[in-house]
Ligand binder design. Structure first.
Ligand code: GLC
Length: 753
């Protein structure tokens, strides 16, 4: 194997807004995207087009630079990049000279055959969080990872790689924060001091360039804001997708789908979504319906609609080889499928048997794919579940010589699923004509938040998986993704009734609340567990519906700032060591002020770490001081959930579906504090894109303990809130009760106690 080093800087010049430094082996380009975002791209042969699947912004900011004797210094208003010339190394500092992250002085960037690696200095107290859907603990120090999108069926909490690639991590040391996004789609590697005797960390890829974005903002919130400015933010999800979702592989007939939906209504258990997994299709042919078992899709969906349900259907990328199948014939005729180098179509087997695979890297193919959804949307489907898009084929190892246009599998694999989701999103958005589609994908790459929600794939019905799933959700939240789900109850295996109940109560606080199970597993609907457990599950699902105004406002925040709904405590309590303790690492904030402590199904008490501040137990309003571990009851009926003092949480009374108008009362719950606080309340019609034309209702609600009043700021936007009344409900106010109801008005008003 040949090892090539980057070498010494031989020339430096500013060209087209970039600082270009040449060595004998390669060229480095440094670009400034904002005062806190600097890109370094090192290549032996730059391609003519600078292309990224993730990045949607261009270099923007001017920078100043000067050549010194051994270094070049580039400065922005927020960062200093010191470039050592002999040999070429890149070291990032705060403007007052504190090191944020530096190349390992010995090895920096080098090539090992086609593989490109960057070695970085490891600081004694450095922690690493991020990389999205990855096994292991919150702090990834001492671990290594591979990004290679994989159909990780039967995975365990230590399996790597899983389904998705997010080559973005956040480093924490010396009270400082930085982020690094390695925008390279090849199979990539991250080693956070696992194998280098605590001397350095490294990352690299099997091919492509050493192309990374350095984020130097202080505070994880600011880094996420920058990262999602660069790679985009999610759109407002359809409100119905935030309700309870009932899935199964598979409800085998229209009758069964309708029967399950009817049972929800008969038993008054709120729900919004039914799913059709692969068996709705004719021979697993995408964009078809099984004529025997689903003879009248439109009739079925009309009946679902009449019960206030929406339908989501699955699609897989594999197109069945079948001469009587339009998509197959058209795809072959128009050369839409991936090929071998000799032009032959690649064939792999998935659910339908032998299949070809659309080249989603090609825009024309994406258009074709997107338009094909008419077969599903015409009868009324509004949600589109993209599965098996790693891509999966039986045997798993699709040959690396498989071609997508001019590019081969090794470069494409990690973005294939994202490009399928992109095609699905663009196509269905167009077809649905101003209605928001709901897209759910299993495989993903950085930037997928622009197109789709994600779930964590085929988990198992164990307590361990439930806790691991929460860590995955929290970690995916550090990648710009916010609408994230896990298979509640476990996909493989059968949960005990206690685990089902416990997982369901965690589902209330999971951004996407979907119950799903594999073929052959026990039935999972809320009534399958006996009357007593059904009542607990029902109460939990009702709690989800009560919280929807808060959850929806939380998603608005994701669209504006890139902050996820489920937040590892590391985001707000970054320098608190307890947050990284494996005993407490699964805890998270759901939105601004609900702290949730996942607990296994067999425990009746839990040790919960409450970070700084005051907290109230949700179900009792009992108050606790923070910065301490509390031993707290955790019966199956009451997952430990704590509310931050000063929290303002908008809720509503129980509805059975987001399609119901409800009673028009918005309950503003306020937990007492001695400090002022505020909340941005957001509402829109929940289904269309009109919110992008100011059809929303948004206001800041402020709690002022000194003045003893709650102020509702003037409402922005021209959407009329569906809540005609506002009821303020106080918690922890002792004798001075705060429980007042008033008319909702768009102008500012206040409520005193
Ligand atoms: C895959 C998916 C799973 C789905 C099944 C059948 O295993 O991950 O969610 O139910 O395929 O389509």
């Amino acid at each position: 194997m040949q090892i090539e080093i980057l070498g010494n800087a031989e020339s430096v010049a500013e060209q087209n807004g970039a600082l270009v430094i040449k060595t004998q082996q390669a060229e480095a380009r440094v670009m400034v995207y904002s005062p806190t975002i600097i890109r370094v791209c090192i290549s032996k042969h730059f391609s003519a087009v600078d292309e990224s699947f993730a990045v949607i912004e261009k270099p923007q900011d001017e920078f100043t630079w000067q050549k010194l004797h051994d270094t070049i210094e580039l400065t922005t208003p927020a960062l200093k990049l010191v470039i050592n010339k002999y040999p070429l190394r890149f070291n990032f500092y705060t403007t007052d000279g504190k090191p944020l992250s530096e190349d390992d002085p010995r090895f920096g960037t080098n090539w090992q055959a086609e593989r490109v690696i960057n070695y970085r200095k490891l600081y004694p107290d450095e922690k690493f969080i991020g990389l999205g859907e990855k096994a292991g603990d919150l702090d990834r120090r001492g671990c290594n990872y591979v990004n290679w999108n994989t159909d990780a069926a039967m995975h365990t909490p230590t399996t790597d790689p899983l389904y998705k690639t997010f080559p973005f991590f956040i480093g924490l040391h010396s009270g400082l924060t930085y982020g690094l996004f390695f925008d390279n789609t090849h199979k990539s590697y991250f080693d956070f001091g696992a194998t280098t005797d605590e001397q350095m960390s490294w990352f690299g890829a099997d091919g492509g360039d050493m192309n990374y974005f350095f984020f130097g903002a202080q505070g994880i919130r600011n880094i996420l804001q920058d990262y999602t400015w660069l790679t985009g933010r999610m759109e407002m999800p359809p409100l119905w997708s935030l309700g309870y979702q009932q899935c199964r592989w598979s409800y085998m007939s229209a009758e069964e789908v309708l029967e399950v939906a009817t049972k929800f209504r008969e038993r008054n258990i709120p729900a919004d979504v039914m799913y059709c997994d692969i068996d709705y299709m004719d021979g697993y042919k995408i964009f078809t319906w099984n004529k025997k078992t689903f003879p009248d899709p439109e009739g079925m969906i009309d009946q679902l609609k009449a019960m206030n349900f929406r339908l989501v259907t699955i699609v897989d990328p594999g197109i069945k080889i079948d001469d009587n199948y339009a998509e197959y014939k058209e795809g072959v005729e128009k050369h839409y499928f991936a090929t071998y180098p000799n032009g032959e179509l690649y064939t792999g087997s998935v659910w339908p048997g032998r299949c070809h695979f659309p080249d989603f890297l090609n825009e024309e193919v994406r258009e074709w794919w997107g338009a094909s959804f008419k077969a599903l949307s015409a009868p009324g489907v509004e949600g589109f579940w993209n599965d098996m898009n790693e891509p999966a084929a039986w045997g798993q190892n699709i040959p690396w010589m498989v071609k997508f246009g001019e590019r081969f599998m090794p470069e494409i694999r990690n973005v294939y699923g994202m490009q399928m989701a992109r095609a699905t999103y663009n196509g269905t958005k167009r077809i649905l004509n101003n209605k928001r589609p709901f897209i759910l994908t299993r495989a993903a790459y950085a930037g997928t938040q622009r197109y789709s929600a994600v779930w964590t794939g085929d988990n198992a019905a164990t307590d361990e998986h439930m806790l691991f799933g929460q860590r995955l959700v929290n970690s995916l939240g550090l990648t710009g993704m916010s609408l994230i789900g896990v298979d509640i109850g476990g996909f493989m295996g059968n949960p005990t009734p206690e685990l089902m109940v416990r997982w369901n109560s965690l589902g209330v606080y999971t951004p996407m609340f979907r119950n799903h199970a594999a073929l052959g597993m026990s039935m999972r609907e809320p009534w399958q567990w006996g009357e007593a457990y059904e009542q607990i599950i029902k109460k939990d699902i009702e709690q989800r519906y009560k919280l929807l105004p808060y959850i929806y406002s939380g998603f608005y925040q994701s669209t504006q700032t890139g902050l996820p709904l489920s937040r590892t405590l590391a985001i707000d309590y970054t320098t608190d060591e307890n947050v990284f303790d494996i005993k407490y690492q699964n805890q998270f904030l759901f939105g601004d002020s609900i702290l949730v402590a996942p607990v296994i199904s067999t425990a009746e008490t839990a040790e919960v770490y409450l970070p700084a501040g005051d907290w109230y137990r949700l179900n009792s309003d009992e108050k606790f001081a923070g910065n301490q571990v509390v031993n707290t009851p955790a019966p199956l009926t009451d997952l430990p959930v704590f509310i931050k003092a000063g929290a303002i949480i908008p809720m509503q009374n129980i509805i059975q579906s987001t399609n119901e108008p409800g009673d028009g009362v918005l309950l503003i719950n306020v937990w007492n504090s001695d400090k002022p606080s505020s909340f941005v309340y957001y509402e829109d019609d929940g289904v269309t894109y009109n919110y992008q034309k100011r059809a929303y209702h948004k206001r800041t609600i402020t709690f002022d303990p000194q003045k003893k009043e709650i102020v509702f700021g003037e409402a922005e936007g021209n959407y009329q809130s569906k809540y005609s009344k506002i009821q303020v409900v106080g918690h922890g106010f002792g004798d001075s009760t705060l429980d007042k109801i008033t008319n909702n008005s768009n102008s500012s008003f206040s409520i005193a106690w």
